[in-house]
Write a protein that binds this ligand. Sequence first.
Ligand code: ADP
Length: 177
Amino acid sequence: MEVTVNKSKIVLVQGDITTQATQAIVNAANTRLAGGGGVDGAIHSAGGPTIMAECRKIGGCPTGDAVITTGGTLKAKYVIHAVGPIYRGGTQGEEKLLASAYRKSLELAAVKGIHSISFPSISTGAYNYPIRQAARIALATAVDYLTEHSQIELVRFVLFGAVDLEVYEAALKDLTK
Ligand code: ADP
């Protein structure tokens, strides 16, 4: 599924984020940038050790924020490491923090002159964010950002499973109807 927002496109696909050829891909990182399972493990194993070496130099990243490294051996030139919140019932500021992780990633991409970026579904794996809510927050943040800024021409959401893709499609239809 694909929608146009202002001069840019939001595209939803099922797939593996590590193989995307957008200029940047986003990692669902942790605050220590220490590596882990899920998307993080997949990106570090596909992109090689230089990404982790750069993460160690940066040292860490607060929840709701993002940092950037090169893409190592990935097709993507950059990896943006965004830290989403751990879901603890929804009363701990999770919604704002999740929106901020997406927004900061887009802002960082723009600063680096990036025109295309792929996101995974941040926080909906090990961090347990309910995917219906997370999809709405992710997509609303992208729609709002692209309405105000036109440098980033392509924002692709790469969902690992078919059901996740359906949830994102429903949320995007709802937001853009
Ligand atoms: P978090 O800790 O932020 O919840 P996870 O990596 O555990 O991050 O999961 C986030 C989402 O990414 C989950 O929906 C998971 O299925 C998905 N995912 C895992 N590996 C990949 C991959 N290689 N490409 C895209 N999405 C992936």
